[in-house]
Write a protein that binds this ligand. Structure first.
Ligand code: ZN
Length: 350
């Protein structure tokens, strides 16, 4: 059985673009085997693992990661791509990638015009992803086709996990493989007081899709998303812009949504938020309260499922989110496991 850190490394390094989460769901199904009363996989590839009986707590973590998709292969074998999820174009130049074809993985590199050949004016501008391409070393479209390359094949950035000082780990897709690892760990460790449904969801990054249909199927009494949240305790961000810090414990969400209005997000009811705070305090788990402008999680659609579900979010603070080198503290991950364990072992506030 993998340790929590080994599990995070395995999940982080595996490929799983939105719509192509099969490698991730294979790892999860193997890890949770024997640790749930019932495991189902729905038509969209969401995994629903239930354990215990009574009122239903649905806890969601998404399996997908930001990535790319083959859009076009030109006559010289160069690949143009679309983006799947929120990726800043300036991260892409020079990235090594793997394209997953029906004949197996094909390595490539993201190329663009070298700065040496740019005008002084163009050098100062950001290069858009539409000015980039993937070089797989093929000399023609036919050669690319012979490798199995087809329009729509998923492309994942290659990145191993590395460890930084003080228990920090750095890797791709920690958003939200860390959440998946936490849910797996809770299934392994805990006998729930109520009925736990651990939902490993698909396509969160492109519209919260897996959680939408899973919440309908599960019809929970209480919902929770476990995801990564923005830690910005680093240069070039003022404290009020990004107050969440690595190593200071789980972030309990008060509200999130679009910048300026928080529309399209979640306002967590005080009943759920205060209950999470009470559980953290009873167990001596450090925590941070969060208002996040600029995004949302699976919790938003869980809250709006059927006639409404009281829903909250617990986040693992993460620096450099939606880059391919996200950084989390193992201490925070362990504390989120403890808080989610407390949730699953507690009487519900609903
Ligand atoms: Zn996420």
């Amino acid at each position: 059985m993998s340790s929590l850190k080994e599990l995070i490394v395995k999940l982080s390094e595996a490929p799983g673009c939105p719509g192509y989460e099969g490698s991730i769901s294979d790892i999860i199904k193997e890890e949770i085997s024997g640790h749930a009363d019932n495991v189902t996989v729905d038509a969209l590839n969401n995994i629903l693992a239930s354990k215990g009986s009574g009122k239903t707590v649905m806890i969601a973590a998404h399996m997908d990661e930001i990535g790319l998709l083959v859009k076009h292969v030109d006559s010289k074998g160069f690949v143009r791509f679309a983006k799947l999820g929120g990726i800043s174009d300036q991260l892409l130049q020079g990235q090594r990638v793997t394209i997953f074809t029906n004949k197996g993985p094909v390595p490539g590199v993201v190329g663009c015009k070298p700065i040496h050949l740019m005008s002084d004016h163009d050098r100062k501008k950001l290069v858009g992803y539409d000015k980039m391409f993937i070089d797989i070393g093929a000399g023609s479209a036919e050669e690319a086709g012979a490798l199995g390359m087809r329009i729509g094949d998923p492309i994942v950035i290659d990145r191993k996990v590395t460890e930084l000082k003080n228990g920090l780990i750095c890797g791709k897709a920690l958003d939200d493989r860390v959440g998946c690892a936490i849910l797996i760990e809770v299934l392994k460790r805990v006998q729930p007081r109520n009925r736990l449904v651990a939902a490993f969801t698909i396509q969160e990054e492109i519209g919260l899709k897996g959680a939408t249909v899973s919440a309908f199927a599960v019809s929970p009494d209480l919902g929770l998303a476990v995801d990564t949240g923005i830690a910005a305790d680093h240069p070039e961000v003022t404290e009020h812009e990004g107050p969440i810090k690595l190593g200071h414990g789980p972030a309990i969400l008060a509200a999130d949504g679009r910048r300026d209005s928080l529309s399209g997000g979640l306002v967590c009811g005080t009943a759920i938020r205060d209950w999470l705070i009470k559980l953290a305090e009873e167990k001596g788990i450090p925590y941070q309260l969060e208002v996040f402008e600029g995004g949302t999680t699976d919790a938003t659609v869980m809250q709006l499922s059927r006639s409404g579900v009281p829903t909250g979010v617990v986040s693992v603070p993460s620096r450099y989110i939606h880059t391919f080198s996200e950084v989390v503290a193992m201490e925070d991950v362990e504390n989120v496991v403890k808080l989610i364990t407390a949730v699953v072992e507690a009487d519900l506030p609903v």
